[in-house]
Design a protein around this ligand. Sequence first.
Ligand code: DGY
Length: 334
Amino acid sequence: MTLPRVYVCRRLPDRGMDLLRGGADVRVWDQNEVPPPRDVLLREASQAFGLVSLLTDRIDDELLSQAPKLRVVANYAVGYDNIDVDAATRRGVVATNTPDVLTETTADLAWALLMAAARRVVEADAFTRSGKWRSWQPELLLGQDVHGRTLGLVGLGRIGAAVARRAQGFGMRVLYHDVVRREDLEGKLGIQFRPLESVLVESDFVSLHTPLTPQTRHLINADRLRSMKPTAVLVNTSRGPVIDEAALYEALKNGTIWAAGLDVFEREPLATDSPLLTLPNLIALPHVASASFETRSRMAEMAAANCLAVLAGRAPANPINPGVVTRLGLREGA
Ligand code: DGY
């Protein structure tokens, strides 16, 4: 039996690769550190029935128009701003993502950034290693208290809610803003809805959990940064362009806000000569919020299962454009 060709844009953890190899003729981009160049991606997509893409691979109308056999794009991420979903829908290509499995791991990292920025963990580590530590000092590396303060969440999806749950243990007041008010969660999580501006003004810590859309691009701009407390800490584990990075640089440099912890950037990888990296009050991570062994394995398994389901004529568990699934008459377990 001839198996359908699937192109995988980077080698995934074994659980996903093994699953894919069981049901498809798998080709893989073999360089782990960089995505396939555009010409390679276009060429491979033109022959593939399935693509397993990463957030670094642009799946746009140009690619889809040159991929006549393509039936599914299975993104190895919960975010899918790298995919032109409308174009996929027009062309009858099912797109899928990997929600839920990375929620808790991502929330853990948002908290790691929050705590590290508040208590200057990275600076303190560098200080210890530098040989500057002469003795205990009353005012050495003072930071911001986390317990009992106010946490503001911008976006209350799965990850925002998981971040809120962790705040209960720190006795924090939690405010949130989302385009959809989640009254169902307010009592359970002990959180209060506010307009975005109030979340920014009232919070000691602001953590971003919105998808990247035209509406959220540069949501956190110079004006909004100015409205925050001078002691505030900003955390971003969503998508880099949600923050206007030039404005953030100025805000951190001038003390408009106190510190930031970022896992995501407007341009990734962040250039080593980025002015952001000159700031001691910024922590910069290389987009690793979901990077635990177990979570990345579960994401791989999920992306592989989504891909294979469509190729076998079944509905995938995590469609982004369910209308296509219906149009194609794909059913779960069929
Ligand atoms: C996602 O899934 O969207 C993250 O950014 C990477 O895990």
